[in-house]
Write a protein that binds this ligand. Structure first.
Ligand code: FES
Length: 394
């Protein structure tokens, strides 16, 4: 089914390539400039979006084996993602049930049990409290009531989504809207994480606008990607998630080939964004690879940070690793210097308050829909959130 959808999108791209056209939105769209710097708006985005919807916080490549864990902070929430002895992924608050200490430092590792560094209470990979230090002196408590606080988590398509609110009743199916089935075509379950780095940037929406925008490519990235790269985009949507691809002339040649020979890899080209904070873009440095970017709001409206993950279909040999390093270095430059450098200057200008609104053209449908979803989700009460995502799929 998902391959059929890929073929359908490819045919749509080919038709546009031949006609020299793109899908266009009905109108030019305005976003009030203050939405990029207003404190209340920023707080609403963190509380109503990042703390309510599942966030793609890890890849299977980071936690391939039982006992593997990743400890991190996401929008102010310290958490641990683990793979237990049955191979299931779990997520917990990184918060000891005794007095709240972080039970493990940020980073990845492998362990059978977590021992809190404060008073040495121990927890297994399923989050159960299994040991109380000097229990005879501590007094009686029911251990079963003092496990780690679990967080909703789902592993699909080699990607791991976590909700940072323990009380969330988010419906992952409604939220993902079938997009995970398309992402499964990459086969990330068996991919290898080659490298990872963090890049600082402007307001998270300024940064995210760039991932949805091909219009800027031959201009802002003329020296890195060249001036011949297309500035035209076609958008495909599943709920709030969007795939961005260009009607590349390369695709036209596919028409002469039987469809069962169309390689999945070709049909996955472009940028796959996962709302509200992920971009997955294909490259070929050192072999088939993607850069998976995880974008997070920073401490103030004008700041964000991005964790860039260079994932490779196969673990590279020495030569391939060198090529992968070069590709990743180039992408760091493109994002940090060209995209976020521009974004930080843009942010400063908008914060003067002189500009009333920014524009998204009829050719920038991805940005139009993204900002529409930001507004819709903020306006939606907790009890209606699942309905909102479910209704976008019907
Ligand atoms: S806070 Fe963890 S054992 Fe005391």
């Amino acid at each position: 089914m998902s391959r059929e959808k890929l073929i359908e999108m490819t045919e749509h791209n080919i038709a546009h390539s031949k006609a020299g056209t793109i899908d266009m939105e009905p109108e030019v769209f305005k976003v009030p400039a203050e939405k990029y710097y207003d404190e209340e708006q920023y707080k609403a985005e963190v509380d109503k979006i990042f703390k309510r919807v599942p966030l793609l916080l890890a890849t299977t490549a980071e936690l391939p084996n039982p006992g593997d864990y990743k400890a991190m902070e996401a929008v102010g929430t310290p958490l641990i993602i683990t793979r237990d002895s049955d191979g299931d992924v779990r997520a917990f608050m990184n918060m000891c049930s005794h007095r709240g200490a972080a039970i493990v430092d940020e980073g990845c590792g492998n362990t059978k049990r977590f021992m809190c560094p404060y008073h040495a209470w121990t927890f297994n990979q399923k989050g159960d409290l299994i040991g109380i230090a000097s229990q005879q002196d501590f007094g009686d408590i029911d251990k079963s009531e003092y496990g780690l606080v679990p967080l909703p988590v789902e592993e699909r398509a080699g990607l791991i989504w976590v909700c940072v609110r323990p009380d969330s009743d988010i419906d992952f199916d409604a939220f993902l809207s079938g997009y995970d089935e398309l992402l499964a075509n990459f086969g990330f379950e068996t991919w290898h994480l080659h490298d990872q780095r963090r890049v600082e940037g402007p307001n998270w929406k300024v940064a995210y606008d760039g991932y949805l925008d091909l219009y800027h490519l031959p201009v802002l990235h003329s020296e890195t990607f060249g001036t011949e790269i297309s500035n035209q985009a076609l958008y495909y949507n599943w709920g709030p998630h969007q795939r961005v691809s260009s009607p590349s002339p390369f695709m036209v040649g596919l028409e002469d080939m039987p469809k069962d020979q169309w390689q999945t890899e070709w049909m996955l080209m472009g940028v796959w964004t996962v709302f509200p904070h992920i971009s997955i873009a294909s490259f070929d440095g050192g072999g088939r690879s993607v850069m998976l970017s995880q974008l997070f709001p920073g401490d103030t409206p004008g700041e964000s940070y991005t964790v860039q993950n260079y994932l490779m279909e196969n673990a590279p040999d020495e030569e391939q690793a060198k090529q992968a390093d070069e590709q990743f270095k180039l992408l760091e430059y493109v994002v940090e210097t060209e995209d976020y450098g521009t974004g930080l200057r843009l942010q400063k200008a908008l914060q003067t308050g002189v500009k009333d609104h920014v524009l998204f053209g009829r050719n920038e449908g991805g940005g139009q829909r993204f900002h529409g979803w930001v507004d819709k989700i903020i306006e939606t009460e907790d009890e209606d959130l699942n309905k909102l995502f479910a209704s976008s799929n019907s």
